[in-house]
Design a protein around this ligand. Sequence first.
Ligand code: NAP
Ligand code: G4F
Length: 342
Amino acid sequence: MIDGGTMVDGRRALITGITGQDGAHLAELLHAKGYDVYGLIRGQNNPRREAVEREFPFVTLIEGDLTDPTSLVRAVETSDPAELYNLAAISHVGYSFKNPTLTADVTGKGVLNVLEAVRVTGRVEQTKVYQASTSEMFGGLDYNRPGDGYDEESLFHPRSPYGVAKLYGHWIAKNYRESYGMFVSCGILFNHEGERRGQEFVTRKITHAVARIKLGLQPHIELGDLWPKRDWGYAGDYVEGMWRMLQHPEADDFVLATGETHSIEEFLTLAFGAVGIDDWRPYVKQNPAFMRPAEVDILLGNPAKAENVLGWRRAVDFPGLVSRMVDHDLAEQARIAGTNVA
Ligand code: NAP
Ligand code: G4F
């Protein structure tokens, strides 16, 4: 088993998606382990740049975009990474229905651009790559129910432009493993959340609104469908799993999940309950604008392989996840509003 506290002083890592939720958790983790951390940042004036520079002054930022192969070659040459974590993507499923071509270019073909940057710079032997694959590739359809949980052998049937693009990324990563012997491991990660989650995702949208409703700052929240079920874990636990995949002697695919599934209604019950509101229904309105042309009814993962082979375990459970997100948002909203939370 790999020791979770291993120090690897001076090893270089490049993270794409440094401004995202997982990028933040991973930068913190790798820095604590002694890595020199580089981050790919896009745009001539990325609004999140200042926050990254403030929170992670140890990260060297390199400008680049997943759709610009030359910029990726430069990023790889500059950082010369032993480990490259490809986290960048258009990652919002609803947005991918509205911008399917962009999603294909970034979330799908962008993976090819990253792999090619490693290959054409002659780093097939020296750079290990982590590809951020997703449980959205499974789809949750009637003929393909998760049973005891989707695992690495389960069928894929993606239900969104995002899921389809990710499936391309997953297979091109496996293809580079098989064709060139590149060390590329794919983490098939189920939903993972936390206080750094973007507010466009349902969990953070809910905990942010719950805090504001409790403080009298907003009257209600508008959501789409409430019946879908997800296997929700904590992002801090999942980046540890990503790192473990690249320390394993062989490149492979691994599911990271909690093995539990809960509906959005259950999330609402716990989140409102955490601020002393027993009945959430008066505060929730349904708005078709937040519904999707095709929905993934249920996601449930089986993390047995990652647990047995990598020694990975999630630490935060579902109630613990909801309460830490609500507590964080309550404190943050109270601070912004200048009130005290008892
Ligand atoms: P996130 O918070 O949405 O972050 C996405 C990152 O991608 C941001 O840093 C964004 O940077 C960057 N990005 C977007 N387009 C780009 C482009 N064209 N070039 C370079 N960077 C670009 O996502 P996350 O939750 O951290 O997830 C990390 C990865 O894991 C994603 O690939 C996601 O699809 C995958 N995943 C996530 C989950 C989950 O539950 N969180 C589960 C399975 C898989 P900007 O600041 O420029 O927008
Ligand atoms: O929070 P979500 O947007 O996450 P979703 O679609 O499961 O995707 C996330 O997890 C994937 C892993 O399975 C990642 F690959 C992906 O990048 C992303 O991180 O939506 C969760 C559920 C859906 O069923 C959605 O229809 O919540 C439902 N929902 C209901 N009302 C809503 C809303 N989702 C959002 N974002 N906003 C709503 O108002």
